[in-house]
Unconditional design. Structure first.
Length: 333
């Protein structure tokens, strides 16, 4: 879009950005004059959205510019990806949305870098070298652009720590309140006290024979046979000598077919014959206690971290909004 002088002047901006002047009318006029008549001619004529960009100004952020080449570099292969998914007007609409989304991120980044400069926030050489040591090794470690990007990211992290995270606190009362209101998120796994008769698959015995034997035991149980006696006589599984008792087991400790069957069983129920990779199982459910929430002390660190992250993001967005409201921003796509 074009920025026109005189009557009929139009400016379109990102929905999240507003053109505000905190420097006075004289400074605004001087800044626009400088950009329009000094910088813009050096950038080349405007080009249409999409393909065929020549380098020009995409946005003005206070006394700095974001160029189309910077925007395209951030977009990367997004244009190709969208072209593979959409065509015609739908592609243009999607690509324009993506352009504005990426440009907004560049504007926010530019504002933060300006704020770092204003506040004298810097990255020391020691901090930079320490970060370099912990980076994954690749073929671009010595690339100047990669190093510059890393240094810039360290600077932004340091600024955010200074401006945002140091102002975020999570009181104990908030952690306890979250635990009280979201106990369903911290339930202990369901447990079952069960007994089992297991007839293992045997490479020396045909599967049909093992299955027929298991079905015979199952019929005996259905007719009133004693589970402990049948377990002692036929079971190949653990606990056979204790009547097939396995004690309490968590849901996630059980083989999937057994866990699935137990979901719908009630204490005293006899399962159907269940086949797993081990063999054929017959299960009796003795007890199914209601799940209880994990102790507060166990989940407190997790909740604290969760709330800290949420509040940090809220504080960060408020801070970014404040920077935008105090800045001169002109989007020129």
């Amino acid at each position: 879009m074009k920025l026109l002088d005189g009557e009929g002047t139009r400016r379109k901006r990102l929905s999240v950005s507003r053109t505000l002047s905190c420097h006075g009318a004289f400074h605004r006029r001087w800044l626009l004059w400088f950009v329009l008549f000094i910088i813009q001619p050096l950038m080349g004529p405007p080009a249409s959205s999409g393909e065929g960009y020549s380098d020009r100004i995409a946005a003005i952020v206070n006394n700095e510019v974001i160029t189309m080449s910077e925007l395209l570099a951030e977009l990367g292969d997004e244009q190709k990806r969208l072209k593979a998914l959409f065509q015609g007007k739908q592609f243009k609409r999607r690509f324009l949305q993506k352009e504005y989304q990426v440009l907004n991120a560049l504007i926010e980044r530019k504002l933060q870098l300006q704020e770092a400069k204003t506040n004298g926030v810097t990255v020391t050489e020691e901090e930079f070298q320490q970060a370099m040591k912990h980076r994954p090794t690749n073929n671009h470690d010595s690339d100047a652009q990669t190093k510059a990007h890393l240094r810039e990211q360290l600077l932004l992290n340091k600024l955010r720590l200074f401006e945002v995270r140091r102002n975020v606190m999570v009181p104990d009362s908030a952690v306890k309140q979250y635990y009280k209101e979201h106990q369903d998120q911290f339930m202990q796994p369901q447990t079952y006290r069960i007994r089992q008769i297991l007839l293992l698959h045997d490479s020396d015995t045909p599967k049909k024979e093992t299955q027929a034997k298991a079905e015979s035991v199952y019929r005996t149980l259905r007719e009133g046979g004693d589970f402990a006696e049948l377990a002692l006589k036929f079971s190949d599984g653990p606990g056979a000598h204790q009547g097939g008792t396995l004690g309490f087991l968590r849901h996630d400790e059980l083989l999937a077919p057994i866990a699935q069957a137990l979901k719908t069983m009630q204490p005293g129920d006899l399962s159907p014959l269940i086949e797993t990779t081990l063999g054929f199982h017959i299960i009796v459910l003795d007890e199914k206690p209601s799940p209880k929430p994990k102790p507060f002390e166990e989940v407190e660190p997790f909740i604290n971290q969760l709330l800290y992250k949420e509040r940090s993001e809220e504080t960060f967005q408020d801070w970014i909004t404040k920077l935008k409201n105090q800045a001169f921003i002109d989007v020129r796509l």
